[in-house]
Design a binder for this molecule. Sequence first.
Ligand code: AMP
Ligand code: MN
Ligand code: MN
Ligand code: MN
Length: 289
Amino acid sequence: MSPRYDLHSHSLASDGTLSPAELVAAAHTASVDVLALTDHDTTAGIAAAAACARPLGMRLVPGVEISVSWGSQTVHVLGLGIDPDCQILQSGLAELCAFRGWRAEEIGRRLARAGIGGCYEGARKLAQGNIVSRTHFAHYLVAAGYAASVRDVFKRFLVNNKPGHVAGQWADLEAVMSWITTAGGMAVIAHPARYNMTASKLRRLVGEFRECGGIGMEVVSGSHTRDNITAMAALSRNEGMLASCGSDYHGPENPWVRLGELAELPAGCRPVWESEHWPNPAGRRQHHQ
Ligand code: AMP
Ligand code: MN
Ligand code: MN
Ligand code: MN
């Protein structure tokens, strides 16, 4: 039987709800053989996840999901097989985390102005000392009774033209690609069908991404529909992109997303793990610091 891959997941180090150890145990229970931990803008969970995976015979691919501003849009780029000790990568992530810190305070101030106090403190508490994301605000607002669901919070409070929305600049694509490449990783566009781009804009993104050294895109994702998968498979083939698959698991609160339960990559897609760039399990690929 071929190994079961899940190459996109989150822990408490970003906006997931399981600790890295709990996440690895849950993936093992779900018969995942190769799991990538890809927290938003941080690699803080990787050492603990790798230590738990080793005795279980499970392979943990060190990863990260980096927030990129591309024109007026936010795009997520996965770095798979990165070396968390790479200084260039870490100094880039540190800038993003500093922006997150400021943004979290600003979201709190704006919601307070709209009459909803205590959100910054509430979100910080849920983040347990880790980075603060909009997901933490959403969980806090649901728990405090301001909305019925996380989805509902995003729609009413946290997106453009809503009281808790803060516009801002993440990293630019070229910079992020150089951090990932320098850290020895493979760059993969996360959930490309989720950006609501026209087909031609998406092709332009893929083109720029490839020019900067990007080699893959998620075809199968927990946030892609069947039709999205078919469309992204065609795009990956036409653009010569390798195909990746990941659940984008954030924890058991979202029962519709399950670790390792992913559709097969459609015929004609070349999986990222068949690439010469795929990290060698025996050790890290050679790279320049
Ligand atoms: P941030 O990176 O802090 O801006 O938060 C983005 C995260 O919020 C994403 O990674 C998702 O986990 C979550 N998210 C974004 N939009 C939604 C939505 N409409 N419903 C639920 N979760 C969302
Ligand atoms: Mn998230
Ligand atoms: Mn994402
Ligand atoms: Mn994600």
